[in-house]
Design a protein around this ligand. Structure first.
Ligand code: DAK
Length: 256
């Protein structure tokens, strides 16, 4: 597929996708969702890629769903746009490998929701976050009502969604929406360092941790702890786990 919106670079076990539609501040339209799903089709079976990074080109990460496209939709088209987007974000969240959002600028509406469907968020100090849908007379449609309250707590979710306020990167860090801030020019360097650190782990421990954290959040504590114990036990059949422990005891680095 010839991508018009996505720029893709895969090297050293890390895939970087740059959303590039700067004239519309990278607003998410149907074409974006088509391209992104195609990219995920290609990525999912690849064993050589260990981490995915998503960022935006220009002054926005993503300034929301494409209002210019949505304004012409009837109810059926709105429903189709909604379910296509929701399925795509769920697919991203459930991707086997970790996904880092490198938030370079505005992450508003659907853009903030995209960042929240990633596993964690590293942001430029100049980034801005918000769910301004209320200003357009609508509610969020890509699960901000659910993900934001799980990530930042119900009070912060209600505050952001009901006020439609845009908040600074500092405030996003304070409420736990972002895990780390960087100087704007250092964003990709810092993110790539983190991605490489995670990618260097050769065992199944990274994807397994992601899966049980993500699955466990919607389970009861006892049931989720039992799932962890089952997965913990399974690791003893994994050569990489044995190698990790042996290397520690032999005072050397593991060979993965
Ligand atoms: N959609 C389309 N175009 C957008 C856009 C967007 N979300 N955001 C910006 N643009 C376009 C602008 O129209 C402008 O285009 P031209 O006039 O140059 O042709 C260009 O990008 C540059 O924007 P500005 O001139 O406005 O740039 P400024 O630096 O002055 O302002 C801004 C930046 C981010 C503060 C401002 O552009 C802005 O407020 N943008 C809108 C932000 C916003 O409201 N985002 C939320 C969108 S609603 C659903 C699923 C999802 C959603 C809803 C329902 N269902 C499943 C039912 C999601 C909704 C949203 O995300």
């Amino acid at each position: 597929m010839n991508y018009e919106i996505l720029k893709i670079n895969i090297a050293d076990r890390v895939a970087v996708v740059t959303i590039s539609r700067p004239s519309a501040l990278n607003a998410l339209n149907t074409n974006f969702f088509k391209e992104f799903n195609h990219f995920l089709d290609d990525l999912e079976p690849r064993e050589d890629v260990k981490v995915l990074v998503i960022t935006g080109e220009g002054k926005a990460f993503v300034a929301g769903a494409d209002i210019a496209e949505m304004v012409h939709m009837n109810s059926d088209e709105g429903y189709a746009f909604s379910t296509f987007g929701q399925r795509t974000f769920d697919r991203l969240e459930q991707l086997r490998i970790p996904v880092i959002a490198a938030v370079n600028g505005y992450a508003l509406g659907g853009g903030c929701e995209l960042a929240m469907a990633c596993d964690f968020r590293i942001a430029s100090k100049l980034a801005k976050f918000g769910q301004p849908e209320m200003n357009l007379g609508m509610i969020p449609g890509y699960a901000a009502t659910q993900r934001l309250s799980r990530i930042a707590g119900i009070g912060n979710a209600l505050y952001l969604i009901l006020t439609a306020d845009t908040i600074s990167a500092d405030d996003a860090l304070r409420i736990g929406l972002v895990q780390k801030l960087t100087e704007p020019e250092m964003l990709m360097e810092e993110v790539m360092k983190l991605a490489s650190k995670i990618a260097a782990n050769g065992s199944q421990a990274v994807p397994t941790s992601k899966r049980i954290i993500r699955t466990g959040i919607s389970m009861g504590f006892q049931e989720a702890s039992e799932m962890e114990a089952v997965e913990f036990g399974k690791q003893f059949n994994d050569e990489a786990t044995k190698e990790g422990m042996k290397a520690f005891l032999e005072k050397r680095k593991p060979t993965w």
